[in-house]
Design a protein around this ligand. Structure first.
Ligand code: SAM
Length: 294
């Protein structure tokens, strides 16, 4: 386990993923009933963008910093700003004590989720890296709404489902540092769906090797699971050699409004993050309401 998210926190993929996460959560909270969020690959929760790791790659500069600069310049269209404001508010809260109002801390998925949770909601966060687990556990120490566990996140797709709340969002955000992660995503989803078919699932994947992505999408279709929405954002045209050209989220049982919201948000993000006007996005149903024929 070499992957450390601190090198990548706040990059364009994080921004995209966390905006999707925010929109899904907020929609699910329209119902009063308690909600459980299960974050299978949680990371450390709070990232210091002035730290050594973030400083080595500076990926956040072409990610969250672009969004903050656009906000400061007043160039975010109002309809867009309304949709991403809850996400930006969390980041502003995280940075409220930073001198000069500058951007120093970036909240990862468990911390973002925790900010958005209501009193009745619960978070289960899993992290396998011993050091990252300790950091995350310390962040939520004494928080009775959050349970941090040092566990293989893939196991949560079996044992932890269905949650006792019966309403849940499962975020699966593996590091893709070892081969076979796309297959594990499909297998994990099928297993989880068998136990908890009404849950909402958000799976992250990199758009790097397009053949792998196409195979992944074909396998999802083949899985027979209904209601799978594909959301993608690319910052450049497909590279010749595999390169991190874009980012994707698969949302199973997405909230009713997600497609419409992402249709507003994605073009703006594609123009903001796109290199040489080459940003693009994709929003499509892999399977619709009906269970696909196998
Ligand atoms: N979800 C986080 C966010 O959005 O802020 C980022 C997570 S990062 C992409 C992936 C994390 O998964 C890393 O912190 C890594 O240590 C952890 N990890 C790797 N393999 C794991 C496994 N089998 N189970 C749980 N966590 C794992």
């Amino acid at each position: 386990m070499n992957y450390r998210h601190a090198y990548h926190a706040g990059n364009f993929a994080d921004v995209f993923k966390h905006i999707v996460l925010t929109r899904v959560l907020l929609y699910m909270q329209r119902k009063e009933a308690a909600l459980r969020v299960i974050d299978t690959h949680a990371g450390i929760g709070r990232y210091d963008l002035s730290g050594v790791e973030a400083g080595k790659t500076l990926e956040w500069r072409s990610g969250i910093e672009q969004v903050f600069d656009a906000k400061a310049a007043g160039s975010i269209p109002a309809a867009m700003l309304e949709l991403i404001a809850p996400y930006l508010d969390v980041i502003e809260q995280e940075n409220s004590a930073v001198k000069d109002n500058s951007l120093r801390y970036y909240p990862g998925s468990p911390l973002l989720t925790r900010h958005l949770m209501r009193e009745q909601d619960r978070l289960s966060a899993l992290e396998l890296h011993p050091q990252d687990y300790k950091t995350l556990a310390a962040l939520f120490e004494g928080d009775y709404q959050t349970r941090v566990t040092e566990l293989n996140g893939w196991l949560a797709l079996g044992a932890h489902l269905p949650p006792k709340e019966k309403r849940g969002l499962v975020l699966v955000d593996p590091p893709f540092e070892i081969a076979g992660e796309f297959d594990r995503l499909v297998e994990g989803l099928v297993k989880a769906h068998r136990r908890f078919a009404t849950g909402t699932y958000a799976l992250w994947y990199p758009v790097k090797d397009r053949r792998e992505v196409n195979r992944f999408i074909a396998n999802l279709k083949e899985s027979g699971l209904p209601k799978i929405l594909r959301l993608e954002l690319s910052v450049r045209a497909p590279s010749q050699e595999p390169r991190f050209d874009g980012t994707g989220m698969i949302v199973v049982n997405p909230p009713y409004l997600l497609q419409e919201e992402m249709t507003k948000i994605s073009p703006w993000l594609a123009s903001l993050f796109g290199e040489n006007n080459q940003g693009s996005y994709k929003i499509e149903w892999i399977t619709g309401e009906e269970r696909a024929e196998k």
